[in-house]
Design a protein around this ligand. Structure first.
Ligand code: XMP
Length: 248
């Protein structure tokens, strides 16, 4: 991931998300995705997919073709599936997304290690793919889960949930953590724990109110941007503008 971002001189990940469309129109959805990708790819190093496209297009029909197009342009593909189930199910989720070509998937650390995250990391390590863990989400209600004060199961000490998750990301040798750009103070605190060992991926720029400079100054390494680019009249121009503002 680091090499690709450096080569491409960009720290921008496009979230290729579109609003709901009648499933009968999924061909036009596929074409729209291709158009945005074609226009914006020079300014990106990765593309993140989510349910917005996976549900209507299907993993092995539409998505795999788009992942190939992403790879053909020299970019990486990340699946934001937020894997969050028991081990056997997570294993299947990871296997299918990696089989479709994804370089990394996002998982939720609330499920714990044994029979939770461990099977995902096992599959990822076998295939030399990545696992990125949520640590503090970008939406308003994030404080109800990620922001709670907990008694850490390992240390028995009071600690914010996200601090415990950040320490676990280090321990598990995760390939990245996701911290919302809408909470620069959380990025800063989590960066203090992770240093340069685990990069921070930060969504929430633009449509959710997060700011590029604040997120980067706080320690975010990569910015995830969706609607601000996808729904722009000129996605290429906006992607370039954001890339230039966030230049490595
Ligand atoms: P927008 O349009 O708001 O899209 O730029 C953001 C994209 O990122 C996803 N998202 C998150 N993914 N942890 C994640 O793993 C988060 O905290 C988070 N916040 C937003 C969102 O679903 C969309 O794809």
């Amino acid at each position: 991931m680091e090499q690709t971002a450096k080569q491409r001189q960009s720290n921008i990940i496009l979230a290729l998300d579109f609003p709901f469309e009648n499933p009968e129109n999924r061909n036009s959805l596929f074409k729209k995705a291709e158009q945005v990708l074609n226009a914006s790819h020079p300014y990106l190093w990765a593309v993140k997919f989510n349910h917005h496209l996976v549900l209507p297009l299907g993993v092995f029909d539409g998505i795999q073709k788009l992942v190939k197009q992403v790879h053909d342009r020299g970019l990486l593909a990340i699946m934001d599936c937020k894997a969050n189930d028991i081990g056997a199910t997570n294993e299947a989720i990871a296997e299918y997304y990696y089989a479709a070509g994804f370089d990394a998937i996002i998982a939720n650390p609330f499920i714990g290690w044994e029979e939770g995250l461990k099977p995902i990391f096992n599959v990822a390590h076998k295939q030399q793919r990545g696992v990125i863990l949520l640590t503090y989400m970008s939406h308003k209600g994030a404080y109800e889960g990620y922001g709670q004060t907990i008694i850490d199961a390992e240390t028995g000490k009071q600690t914010p949930q996200y601090v415990s998750f950040a320490k676990k990301a280090l321990k598990y040798d995760a390939d990245g953590v996701v911290v919302g750009a809408t909470y620069p103070e959380k990025i800063s605190e989590i960066h203090g724990i992770l240093g340069d060992k685990v990069p921070i991926f930060s969504p929430g720029i633009g449509a959710q109110g997060g700011e590029i400079a604040a997120a980067l100054e706080a320690g975010a390494r990569y910015l995830i941007v969706g609607r601000a680019i996808v729904q722009a009249e000129d996605p290429a121009a906006v992607a370039k503008e954001i890339r230039d503002l966030a230049r490595l």
